[in-house]
Write a protein that binds this ligand. Structure first.
Ligand code: SF4
Length: 353
């Protein structure tokens, strides 16, 4: 209890105290009737109410391509998976998804994809320019992996506002094991570039990667505290049957929820999604996340015919619902959990316009 109170009061703990808290919460038998866990979630909820009230922002997610040159070992659309059925949305398809999304009330479009060689600066700046012109009141978020600083700058100049690039794990050796041919230092440099350019930046990590310890997670928390991003996306690891990690157990919803609560207390103003992965492991996983301080949900706006192909992990939910159904379903869930939907752009509170 004392550690949770200190975290709530000071928005930080030492690394050893964070590790002690995570170790303690790993053993529900120690935590009599889940008192500390409950207290942590209550404190995180109070903090989100102070800053955001009971609003949950909705962002429309458009999965623009599942081509990827990378080989992250946990990912179902890695280049080395010959079983992945590839697709790439045309400019017209993306614009149509935006049109549908706008009519449904979305004011943020999140364009996510693998590192696709066809996504040249010329293609992406053209696409961003079209969206920016058609929907000047909307935020444009990109999640397209590692690019050069010049490229990030060109996309920003074309009208992109935000960029999501999860660091996945902040331990160099651990990172290298899951990301062949990649380096954490490059990832960190990309995040620094994005911040320096002026994007609202999102980082984040995976919970329950095989071999992950609480020391690894403390490194993630420390890295995020130092980076101080505008958004943080975390989700449980879920295996995909056509990857080298096919036989590994999933991460835990409970631990992800605990980490969401800790992040809300450590970085109080951060925009914190309750991710689809959380909802894929537990039918009310997103609601549990929202009750623990998460304040963003990203329903799917991708064309129905490509939904199943953006197959990052097994059992991904929301692949069969039309955009309007997703929108209604998520609104009901948020309201049933005692919160309200906010369709505004939902910028970070310190964001200058
Ligand atoms: S996690 Fe991202 S970068 Fe890695 S293989 Fe999958 S889509 Fe590509």
């Amino acid at each position: 209890m004392a550690l949770v109170d200190q975290l709530a009061l000071e928005s930080d703990l030492s690394d050893s105290a964070l590790c002690q808290l995570l170790d303690y919460l790993d053993h529900p038998d120690q935590d009599q009737d889940g008192r500390v866990r409950h207290h942590l979630i209550q404190k995180a909820h109070q903090k989100r109410m102070e800053i955001y009230g009971n609003r949950v922002f909705l962002r429309g997610l458009i999965e623009i391509s599942n081509y990827c040159k990378r080989n992250c070992v946990y990912c179902g659309i890695r280049a080395g998976n010959p079983g992945a059925e590839r697709y790439r949305l045309t400019l017209e398809q993306v614009l149509e998804s935006c049109r549908i999304g706008y009519e449904l009330g979305y004011r943020t479009f999140v364009m996510q994809g693998g590192e696709d060689h066809a996504h040249t600066d010329a293609f992406l700046t053209g696409l961003i320019h079209e969206i920016r012109t058609a929907y000047p009141d909307c935020a444009i978020t990109l999640s397209l992996g590692e690019r050069s600083r010049e490229s990030y700058q060109a996309l920003y100049n074309a009208g992109a506002d935000r960029y999501l690039l999860r660091h996945e794990t902040a331990d160099d050796g651990f990172y290298a094991g899951f990301h062949p041919g990649m380096a954490l230092s490059v990832r960190k440099a990309c995040l620094e570039d994005l911040k320096a350019i002026g994007y609202q930046v999102g980082a984040g990590f995976m919970v329950g990667l095989p071999g992950q310890s609480n020391q690894h997670l403390v490194k993630d928390l420390r890295f995020l505290k130092t980076l101080d991003p505008h958004m943080i996306g975390i989700g449980p690891f879920i295996p995909h049957h056509e990857t080298p990690l096919a036989d590994q157990p999933s991460g835990s919803v409970e631990k992800t929820v605990v980490l969401l609560a800790i992040l809300r207390l450590m970085i109080p103003k951060v925009l914190l999604p309750a991710t689809t992965a959380l909802g894929s492991l537990n039918p009310v996983g997103r609601e549990l996340g929202i009750r623990a301080g998460a304040n963003v949900v990203m329903p799917n706006l991708s064309p129905l015919e490509v939904r199943e192909k953006y197959d990052l992990y097994d059992g991904k939910i929301c692949t069969g619902d039309e955009a309007a159904e997703c929108r209604q379903c998520i609104q009901k869930r948020i309201e049933n959990a005692g919160f309200t939907v906010d369709m505004a752009r939902g910028d970070h509170p310190d964001w200058r316009n």
